[in-house]
Design a protein around this ligand. Structure first.
Ligand code: SF4
Length: 317
């Protein structure tokens, strides 16, 4: 766990946080990497919402995107491969007042972290989860990931990936207690901003699959979407992601979609001909496990010990 660079007054109300207050170390991602844009948007949202840096935690696993906590001027935890979510859930259990952001990738979350991904959604703890989906293991130099398209050549599959890729949207929508699922692209900063902001506004576990450019190892995967926006399907609705007219014009294909409609969300995600961008599903009524797991956090030591002894006494013989 690492922390803040400066001294912080305890008088929170009188402070105004600038973008500089959310800046950590210099980002060392490759030039042109989509991760830079996501970091900038997260810092802007923190600034626009005036989130106190000392009450904000960025948590990650392993991968290129998992460097993000180092580049935030907040608290951070750079964890083990696939283990960002249990760390984030642990933080939320004990310190529910903290704002928790998770940076993970398609390999980190949808492969080695699969068990945690499923159960973190089921627990629906209040956190914003950014999945940087570049369809490749970038940090370890181009191995096939769960979302690598069939036929794509990598160092582990030099003649092309042989399995159909995992569909993170349909998989996430199928998990009990799912409450917020969206997809966006890193190269449209306004849609990216509005999507991440909506996710952060949601009380519960919000998952955003961000289609992210990796110009070094998987350029082709996102290039066809950048060059041909007709391959994208913009989801519109008054309860969806707010979109200005000038942004809407960038998307030749659009569809009205009520994010409370799970079966329609599933059908849209299942159709792999067009890549949806927008809010697929939103249910603000799903209970949050952190509301339950943090009960008793304010108890004193004696009260806790008395409760513990009472439970243990049940097993006395
Ligand atoms: Fe970004 Fe790809 Fe470079 Fe990793 S390898 S920093 S994902 S461009």
């Amino acid at each position: 766990m690492f922390g803040l660079k400066g001294d912080w007054s305890l008088d929170i109300k009188k402070r105004y946080f600038t973008l500089g207050n959310y800046a950590g170390g210099e980002a060392r991602w490759c030039p042109g990497c989509g991760d830079h844009g996501v970091l900038t948007v997260v810092q802007r949202i923190c600034r626009d919402k005036q989130l106190p840096p000392e009450k904000t935690v960025a948590v990650s696993g392993i991968g290129c995107s998992s460097r993000l906590p180092h580049y935030m001027g907040t608290y951070g935890f750079h964890g083990l491969h696939g283990r960002a979510l249990p760390v984030a859930c642990g933080i939320k259990s004990r310190r529910p007042e903290l704002d928790v952001w998770v940076a993970t990738g398609d390999g980190d979350c949808y492969s080695i972290g699969t068990g945690h991904w499923i159960h973190a959604i089921r627990y629906n703890m209040n956190m914003t989860v950014l999945v940087f989906d570049n369809s490749i293991y970038g940090l370890t130099k181009k191995q096939t990931s769960p979302t690598t398209p069939i036929g794509f050549k990598s160092n582990t599959h030099p003649t092309g990936a042989i399995l159909e890729p995992l569909n993170p949207l349909t998989a996430t929508l199928g998990i009990s207690n799912v409450s917020f699922v969206a997809q966006t692209v890193d190269w449209n900063p306004i849609h990216l901003y509005e999507t991440i902001k909506a996710a952060h506004d949601h009380k519960g576990f919000s998952l955003i699959n961000i289609i992210q450019r990796c110009p070094v190892y998987s350029q082709e995967v996102s290039q066809f979407l950048q060059d041909n926006p007709e391959n994208l399907l913009l989801l519109n609705h008054e309860n969806g992601i707010p979109i200005a007219d000038n942004i809407m014009r960038m998307f030749p294909n659009q569809r009205e979609h009520d994010p409370s409609n799970m079966s329609e969300a599933y059908n849209i995600s299942f159709n792999t001909k067009l890549t949806p961008v927008g809010l697929l599903y939103h249910n603000p009524k799903v209970p949050c496990y952190d509301d339950l797991s943090s009960k008793g956090n304010d108890m004193g030591v004696e009260e806790k010990l008395a409760g513990l002894n009472k439970v243990l006494d049940q097993f006395a013989i």
